[in-house]
Design a protein around this ligand. Structure first.
Ligand SMILES: Nc1ncnc2c1ncn2[C@@H]1O[C@H](COP(=O)(O)OP(=O)(O)OP(=O)(O)O)[C@@H](O)[C@H]1O
Ligand SMILES: [Mg+2]
Length: 363
């Protein structure tokens, strides 16, 4: 096992930078997930760690050793891709041990490692089959077996589950998590599925446009996003943002929304909002922090539903606030249709304040 350190790692293709100086310290045994929108540089970063792409600036170290100049085979890593390309003419067993044979590992050693790997992944009864005789999940397990059997210092995964159907993806996700609990090998896992990121990671690295936006444990990322990007990216549906002016009305602080409605700042949040009285700010409200108001509710908004999506467990109600699209996650509301007027209560303890100039989340 090993730590992985990225120091100001950059990648430029033909002089055009796509990864802009990534700094990241990954502890021995840690499960790190890189997440972010398409094209943000996740795969490029992973491939630089693997040695499949050259590093055009900065340093990659594995186990404290600089590896920039080392070939992938010399880095003690194993990688599992989205397109795991098993050899169709080889059996499951032959696919799994292929890399060991290339490395001229002794036969007895190969046999015992194959047995153990097959046990771990529940592939014992499939060892003689060909890949085409397996389900998608079993094939993915063979691809993992190929990586696992090498007992590498670091596992690298690039969207390994994205070719599987939804149910299998959940099952494999659980298996990967259990596997890491049993054999805590340092793991760097790329996905654009935030549920995968949140459920698997010790820490999540949110990337945007070739930069790191925030590195944090899943819960912290949800509760204390550092930037507007992270606030909007983590959570599904994402956080709603409204432009407000903060007004002092007597002893009360009030958030004035662009359509003239207002929300009162509770005492517990006063210190956060008070320095910005008179300023045009941004507030962030997660869909789940709206609710159908009780009779006596204080902070409510009048809205008109533009779209209603019943999901079973809850209902998404879309609405518009002066041209801004927003969505609330409410308890099931049978009979509610687009065009209906309703009131939404806002959980003011959970409202975030953002600086529209810097996009920083202030609290
Ligand atoms: N070989 C290449 N030559 C030029 N540009 C490249 C090359 N490979 C990747 N890029 C560019 O680098 C950027 C980052 O790509 P990368 O594959 O790392 O994104 P990603 O975050 O993995 O996205 P996705 O979620 O779609 O897989 C993209 O803008 C991409 O077009
Ligand atoms: Mg990618």
């Amino acid at each position: 096992m090993a730590s992985v350190t990225l120091g100001k790692v950059e990648k430029a293709y033909d002089g055009l930078k796509t990864v802009h100086g990534i700094d990241l310290e990954i502890a021995d045994g840690e499960f790190i997930v890189l997440v972010g929108p398409s094209g943000c540089g996740k795969s490029t970063t992973l491939r630089m760690i693997a040695g499949l792409e050259t590093v055009t600036g900065g340093e990659v170290a594995i186990g404290g050793r600089r590896v920039n100049e080392l070939q992938p085979g010399e880095r003690d890593i194993a990688m599992v891709f989205q397109n795991y390309a098993l050899y169709p003419h080889l059996s499951v067993a032959e696919n799994i041990v292929f890399g060991l044979k290339l490395r001229k590992v002794p036969k007895a050693d190969i046999e015992s490692r194959l047995k153990r790997t097959a046990e771990i992944l529940g592939l014992e009864q499939y060892l003689d089959r060909k890949p085409r005789q397996l389900s998608g999940g079993q094939r993915q397990r063979v691809a993992m077996g190929r990586a696992l059997i090498r007992n590498p210092a670091v596992f690298l995964f690039d969207e390994p589950l994205s070719n599987l159907d939804a149910k299998l993806r959940v099952q494999m996700r659980t298996e990967i998590k259990e596997l890491h609990a049993r054999i805590p090998t340092t793991t760097i896992y790329v996905t654009h599925d935030q549920i995968e990121a949140m459920t698997l990671a010790d820490r999540v690295v949110v990337m945007n446009k070739g930069r790191i936006e925030q590195v944090a444990a899943p819960e912290e990322l949800y509760q204390r996003p550092a930037t507007r990007f992270v606030a909007g990216f983590i959570g599904s549906p994402g956080m709603n943002f409204f432009s407000v002016t903060i007004e002092a009305g007597g002893s009360e602080l009030v958030l004035k929304l662009p359509d003239g409605q207002s929300l009162a700042v509770p005492d517990s949040r006063r210190a956060l909002f008070a320095p910005h009285v008179g300023a045009q700010m941004l507030i962030g409200i997660r869909p789940e922090h709206f609710s159908a108001p009780a009779e006596s509710a204080a902070n409510t908004l009048d809205i008109v539903a533009t779209l209603v999506e019943p999901l079973g467990m809850d209902t998404l109600v879309h609405f518009r606030m002066n041209g801004t699209d927003a969505v609330a996650r409410l308890l099931p509301m049978p009979g509610l249709n687009a065009g209906a007027s309703l009131k939404l209560a806002v959980d003011m303890a959970k409202v975030h304040l953002l600086d529209p100039k810097t996009d920083a989340v202030l609290g």
